[in-house]
Design a protein around this ligand. Structure first.
Ligand SMILES: Nc1ncnc2c1ncn2[C@@H]1O[C@H](COP(=O)(O)OP(=O)(O)OP(=O)(O)O)[C@@H](O)[C@H]1O
Length: 258
């Protein structure tokens, strides 16, 4: 798989707040995402992860504060420039389009050449399935095809909303390793904390719309924070190879003394 030769983006959220009617979904969030890092956005259901990501995708609600990508204010960026700079992978819902893998990547407001499509499919290891109908792909292949679509303009920032959902453990690892190979900045909402610890460089922990912690995943997911934010008991274990894992235990198991 080849990697991009463009420079990864830097992202800055500065005092960002979002309200949906009377409900505050994000509350004064400030964070800087360094170029080239894979950054996990974690937190319980409804804590604001998708809302934070949506500020970068052009489908954002009204917000206060500023969001910049490479110093440029996202609110004044032209839609075409934003689409080129930022690749987006949303959670897939609804029926699959009746197209081949090649067509999925090629078709859009700015059609890609055959060479560009082939290059993009090679980046995600899907070149051999180029003529396959999208509807015939497995879950893991489909995620890679959707990732290829997100990469169609060679973005310098990827925004992914729970990209490992519905993937088995092998394909979860494969997808995260693929993200590492791409050498772009990646901001991705993840529910799997152990996966986040294993594969991400930086982590934003949200709770009730607020940024509770930001930093290296090992430092963010302390026992007390995991308990406070997720109401889950955890233990951080480091293997002989130096790999940290998070062991989780539900409140019921804890109460039962397991
Ligand atoms: N379009 C909307 N209208 C009204 N409220 C919304 C809307 N979108 C999100 N919310 C609310 O904003 C809060 C944050 O939602 P968001 O989807 O960003 O959370 P999340 O962390 O991505 O959740 P999940 O883990 O369940 O996907 C929630 O309370 C949610 O109900």
């Amino acid at each position: 798989m080849s990697s991009s030769h463009t420079t990864p983006s830097e992202v800055a959220f500065n005092a960002v707040s979002v309200n949906y009617g009377p409900r505050r979904a994000l509350d004064n969030v400030s964070a800087t995402i360094a170029a080239g890092e894979i950054v996990a956005v974690v937190g319980p259901n409804g804590c604001g992860k998708s809302t934070l990501l949506s500020l970068l995708t052009g489908y954002h609600p009204a917000f206060t504060g500023t969001v910049t990508v490479d110093g440029e204010d996202i609110s004044t960026m032209r839609a075409r420039d934003r689409a080129r700079k930022i690749g987006v992978l949303r959670q897939h819902t609804g029926p699959l389009p009746d197209v081949t893998v090649t067509e999925l990547v090629a078709l859009g407001p700015q059609k890609l050449s055959t060479h560009q499509v082939n290059r993009t499919l090679a980046r995600v290891g899907l070149d051999e399935l180029a003529t396959e109908p999208v509807a015939a792909l497995s879950g893991g292949q489909l995620q890679r095809a959707l990732l290829a679509r997100a990469l169609r303009h060679d973005p310098t920032l990827l925004v992914l909303d729970e990209p490992t959902n519905h993937l088995d453990v092998q394909h979860r690892f494969a997808l995260m390793e693929l993200l590492q190979d791409l050498r772009v900045t990646v901001l991705c909402a993840l529910h799997d904390l152990d996966l986040a610890i294993r594969y991400t460089d930086d982590m934003l922990l949200l709770a009730e719309g607020q940024l509770r912690a930001h930093g290296h995943p090992d430092a963010v997911l302390t026992k007390s924070r995991v308990l406070e934010v997720f109401a889950i008991d955890s233990e951080s274990v480091t293997t002989a190879r130096g790999q940290t894992h998070l062991l989780l235990r539900s409140a019921r198991a804890r109460a039962a003394g397991e």
